[in-house]
Write a protein of this length. Structure first.
Length: 403
């Protein structure tokens, strides 16, 4: 089978996903076009250079609807002969775009692709597209649906994680993110967002709160306790599915959960012939991809079984992996991953994660693949694994290997 390589990876800075965020006036279309233009310019691509642009975004309504991928191609400097495919696998949409592109290359359906995603959470609110699993009683009751925050607290309760553990992980995420920015570890990938006059709107991840400590987090109230214990009483729904648990311990809050932000990312993927044609050197080989479904009430445990699957499918062990990017949707997701595989926390999210820098849903999967690639190169490591939990009970993973 043809090998698929990563030739380049870029991302925007992540802006606060609210009205006073720096990127609030920037549309998903414009931000997407910006990272596509950067990828084109950095790699001197011309004409029908790639087979397709595969673009993930979760809330596909309003300005993020209508096959945003194709609109982004037309709004960018890419040739109009390049089509576009918009996909949605919730939080793994950006990763699934990369994985799909890689597997298209491996299968011979084109030499090169651009894959990634976008989410402008300050402009198109999460959940504004509706969801059958939450709104349709015929499936919500059958699957014991609860919101993700309840699921995160359920994980903490079932696997024995305390609030102090979750808060400590959050403080460390903030510390690592600040160190990474101070040392310029993201410099190769960041594409500053500019206005029409060429002035910089944003050139750094603005959600970060480097002064965070255990004391400041300890003053925050649990975010999901009220919706769990009071009407509509989602705790009771979760406990019907998990009757062995007596009571859910609500440990998550804004400080140890992922931040709501705006952002976009793009990855250039191709076979060996693609690189030769455009004079590009591959940075990494996409060694393996995987996805899996999991129990939908606890919902966010997907990184564990999908990692088990991707390793087993490709004859690898956890010891073969040098670095891990595990999306920090909630602190308990990462704590569970570390517990399940007994991995050194020093190998997981070494430059911080979504708790510190934010989680632009449709872009995050592509962002963490790029972050993993940059860190493998910086630290002279060979093999890395990126994985995310996914709403409705799924997991996705990608293993890359430096060339």
């Amino acid at each position: 089978m043809t090998e698929a390589y990563i030739y380049d990876a870029v991302r925007s800075p992540r802006g606060k996903g609210r009205k006073d965020g720096s990127l609030h006036e920037v549309t998903a279309l414009r931000l997407s076009a910006g990272v596509l233009n950067a990828l084109k310019a950095r790699n001197n691509l011309e004409g029908h250079a790639v087979e397709d642009v595969i673009w993930g975004n979760v809330t596909q309504v309003m300005e993020q609807g209508g096959c945003l991928a194709r609109s982004a191609v037309l709004a960018s400097d890419l040739d109009q002969s390049i089509p576009g495919l918009a996909i949605n696998r919730f939080c793994a949409s950006g990763m699934e775009a990369v994985n799909l592109a890689a597997n298209q290359v491996r299968g011979g359906a084109g030499d090169g692709y651009i894959a990634g995603g976008v989410e402008m959470m300050g402009r198109v609110p999460m959940g504004s597209d509706g969801a059958a699993i939450a709104a349709d009683p015929s499936i919500a009751m059958e699957t014991y649906f609860v919101p993700q925050g309840i699921s995160a607290d359920l994980i903490a309760t079932k696997y024995g994680f305390t609030r102090d553990q979750a808060d400590a992980l959050a403080v460390e995420s903030q510390r690592r993110a600040k160190k990474a920015w101070d040392e310029g570890r993201f410099a190769r990938s960041i594409v500053p967002v500019m206005d029409q006059n060429g002035l910089t709107i944003l050139d750094h991840d603005e959600y970060m709160r480097p002064g965070t400590d255990m004391q400041s987090l300890g003053a925050l109230n649990a975010s999901f306790q009220m919706m769990g214990e009071q009407m509509p009483g989602f705790d009771k729904v979760a406990l019907m599915k998990y009757p062995e648990i007596e009571r859910i311990n609500h440990i998550h809050h804004a400080g140890n959960s992922s931040g709501i932000v705006d952002g976009a990312a793009a990855v250039l993927i191709g076979n060996r012939e693609f690189g030769e044609k455009w004079g590009l050197k591959p940075r990494a080989r996409i060694r393996a991809t995987a996805k899996i479904g999991t129990e939908p009430t606890i919902m966010l445990t997907g990184p564990v079984p999908v990692t088990q699957k991707i390793l087993a499918d490709h004859g690898m062990t956890i010891g073969d992996i040098d670095l891990f990017e595990v999306n920090e949707a909630f602190a308990s997701v990462v704590l569970r991953f570390q517990q399940a595989f007994d991995v050194d926390p020093g190998k997981v999210n070494v430059n911080g994660g979504s708790i510190a820098m934010g989680h632009p849903l449709g872009a995050t999967g592509a962002i963490i693949i790029g972050t993993l690639l940059d860190e493998l190169e910086r630290s002279d490591k060979e093999v890395g694994l990126a994985t995310l939990c996914i709403a409705s009970g799924m997991g996705a993973a990608t293993i890359i290997e430096r060339v």
